[in-house]
Design a protein around this ligand. Structure first.
Ligand code: UD1
Length: 429
């Protein structure tokens, strides 16, 4: 199993190109199931989750073609991929494929919408909480499907097709919003989705669906109004920049000090994060090219943070922000309100010398003068990035084990950090 060796103590200086967003890329790929036409996605990141989803989609009959690299293209440039689901050959998404990645469960909506039936294994993914799918099933039922759970599978049927309906989510869910939207675009009649998630990745998918011929109003708002159409067609779409990747490298620059340009990052999708970092004493400038993050010597101020659905502070940056706060001059409090088990990085940060105490859903982070390198274990995707950036700010050598978590969601992480002067190496095997 690969490991990553980090020798801390180097400031980050340079440019980091931000990749296409994993959390947009996955549902965009799934949207290809909704049409016989070809969906061309540009700026698709090279990630283990993308390859895994390609295998799942191939099982349903999607032809997946990656355009060859042109000379001069770099590994961080994203790929162009064509997806064509001319015929759905199998409406079952089996356990051995779905269990590796939670988002693969989202094929449920498009499969019922297009084929009137789907059998999808209950999902896996990061062990950050119980992560039920009740709201996904509720949405399908509101659109006229019947859903049963048998032997670990959701079996959904809508013999005469889906029909428009009223979906009102009890809480904000990114996945359930994607599922409801992708099912409603092909349902007969009108659908209203209330309390929809407004994460930028949902807006990106909705905009792509509109290009495919879907009728959606209220994109980027809490209420989506959809008029179903009988079919969708292919289109071309560029995946938006990954705000979580950008936020992660912003925290890295804040932790080590230095001056980094996050090329292609969009400040408008990171407002709560950038405002919080500024309060902590990190200098942020928005330029035509992206976001510039700087910290020169001065200490970090502790800032309290509570995670919330967008536009609040993202749970996917909670661990990284905690990393930053371990170096603050004082105590900060970080509350996690989205997932109940998303503090597994705490004990690993403690191995680097962090002083963190958990009180239910709140972490009390007492800043320390220095972190020191140690062996640490990646517990989930975002936590593993935190351990890398904490390693960059620690004295001496940190060895990160179980790197496969990182490869699910961060494209060319070592190369991007090395280009800014970090001493980061992958040890294979
Ligand atoms: C997505 C993101 C993930 C991010 C999360 C929250 C992708 C591929 N993943 O995950 O990176 O951390 O949003 O921003 O985009 N819930 C229910 N019932 C349901 C569905 C969800 O109770 O049927 C709960 C979850 O347990 C959680 C909360 O709703 O407490 C939010 O989860 P959700 O937004 O659905 O997360 P994901 O879509 O799985």
């Amino acid at each position: 199993m690969d490991r990553i060796r980090i020798v801390g103590g180097h400031r980050l200086n340079g440019t980091i190109p931000i990749s296409g967003a994993k959390n947009a890329a996955l549902p965009l790929m799934i949207a290809s199931l909704l049409t016989e036409g070809t969906l061309t996605l540009e700026n698709l990141p090279r990630l283990a989750d993308v390859s895994q989803l390609a295998r799942i989609l191939a099982n349903h009959g999607v032809d997946y073609t990656i355009e060859g690299k042109r000379s001069g293209d770099s590994d961080t440039q994203g790929q162009t991929v064509h997806l064509a689901a001319r015929q759905i050959v199998d409406t079952t998404a089996p356990y051995d494929l779905v269990s590796k990645m939670r988002a693969s469960f989202w094929v449920l909506g498009p499969l019922i919408a297009r084929c009137g039936e789907a059998k999808v294994s209950l999902p896996g993914g990061c062990a950050i909480g119980t992560r039920p799918v009740d709201m996904h099933l509720q949405a399908m039922e509101n659109l006229g499907a019947t859903c049963e759970i048998e032997n670990g599978y959701v079996i959904a049927k809508a013999k005469n097709g889906l029909k428009g309906g009223h979906i009102s989510f009890a809480k904000v869910s990114v996945g359930a919003t994607h599922a409801a939207l992708m099912a409603a675009v092909l349902a007969r009649g009108d659908t209203i989705i209330e309390n929809a998630a407004t994460e930028p990745e949902i807006g990106d998918v909705a905009e792509c669906l509109v290009k495919m011929g879907a009728k959606i109003e209220g994109i980027h708002s809490r209420t989506l109004r959809i008029s179903g159409v009988t079919s969708l067609h292919g289109t071309e779409h560029t995946v938006i920049a990954d705000r979580i990747e950008a936020g992660t490298y912003a925290m890295a620059a804040g932790m080590t000090g230095g001056d980094v340009l996050l090329k292609g990052a969009r400040a408008d999708n990171l407002e709560s994060v950038l405002a919080t970092m500024q309060k902590a004493g990190v200098t942020i400038d928005t330029t035509n090219e992206g976001i510039r993050v700087r910290r020169n010597g001065a200490g970090l101020t502790p800032v309290d943070v509570t995670t919330d659905p967008y536009p609040g502070f993202p749970t996917d940056l909670q661990a990284q922000f905690m990393g930053l706060m371990t170096k603050a001059q004082g105590t900060s409090h970080i509350r996690e309100t989205i997932f109940e088990n998303r503090f597994m990085h705490v004990q690993e940060l403690a191995r680097l010398g962090a002083d963190i105490h958990l009180h239910g859903d709140m972490a009390e982070v007492r800043g320390v003068k220095k972190l020191t390198g140690a062996d640490v274990m990646a517990t989930d995707l975002r936590a593993s990035a935190t351990l890398v950036i904490a390693g960059l700010a620690a004295e001496g050598e940190t060895m990160l084990h179980r790197v496969y978590h990182l490869d699910r969601g961060f494209e060319a992480l070592e190369e991007k950090l090395q280009a800014c002067g970090a001493d980061v190496t992958r040890i294979s095997g």
